[in-house]
Write a protein of this length. Structure first.
Length: 237
């Protein structure tokens, strides 16, 4: 009963603070995923993930709206970090461990990687799947979300199951990529990036956008724009 109460209490707090998505997963299935540092998960049993819906309009107006998208990207990250910071404080006040992982932090010399994959946590929590764009895709919002994570040893009864890909034969994200970084793949779970994603092509283009003073962040958004999942009247094929 206490575990259920803790779950509902933290979920309610997160939603009240503005989170659109909330989920919890067991970290054991993710032990082979790369983290920085390598032992990042060893003191924790569960991952809490929260997400914000960025909305459709900003992506509809790309590429002209990329500078606005850059600002919304930063604002959403700050909001996620604020909520996840508060979640970690709530958990520590209950005498459990909690480590907040920032919503967005690219680390030097890591081929565009951060401390942990938020999208892997979100998929494991049953909130969506990994699309052919290598982005996390939620059925209601598509890939138009930002995510943040809290690692904890707080016990929860976890019944959710990770989702398999629902992209089917759709290749709109692949066809629209402005640098041709994506290749079609028939994975159903979590893909191996080297088989379907040229990280360097994507990263180099994002660096161009980040160096543009009008944008200021490594954002593109075209594959997000073209994904039909979560759009008004849009359906995955």
């Amino acid at each position: 009963m206490e575990q259920s109460s803790d779950f509902e209490g933290i979920k309610k707090y997160s939603i009240n603070k503005g989170a659109d998505l909330f989920g919890i997963c067991d970290l054991d299935p993710l032990e082979d995923h790369k983290t920085i540092p390598k032992n990042l998960l060893e003191d924790y049993t569960n991952g809490i993930v929260i997400g914000l819906n960025l909305g459709q309009e900003i992506f509809d107006k790309l590429p002209e709206s990329r500078s606005i998208y850059g600002q919304i990207y930063k604002i959403s990250n700050r909001k996620l970090d604020s909520i996840s910071f508060d979640i970690s404080r709530i958990i520590r006040n209950k005498r459990y461990k909690a480590l907040q992982i920032p919503a967005s932090k690219d680390l030097e010399n890591t081929f565009h990687r951060s401390y942990i994959s938020h999208k892997a946590i979100a998929r494991e929590a049953g909130l969506g799947w990994i699309g052919k764009s290598l982005l996390f895709i939620n059925e209601n919002y598509g890939p138009r979300v930002r995510l943040a994570t809290v690692l904890t040893d707080m016990p929860f009864d976890i019944e959710n199951k990770p989702m398999k890909s629902k992209c089917g034969k759709c290749t709109q994200c692949i066809d629209s990529c402005i640098v041709g970084a994506l290749e079609d793949s028939d994975f159903s779970d979590y893909p191996k990036e080297r088989n379907c994603f040229d990280v360097e092509k994507c990263a180099q283009k994002l660096k161009e956008f980040e160096s543009d003073p009008e944008i200021g962040k490594s954002v593109c958004g075209i594959c997000i724009k073209t994904c039909p999942v979560g759009r008004s009247g849009g359906e995955e094929k």
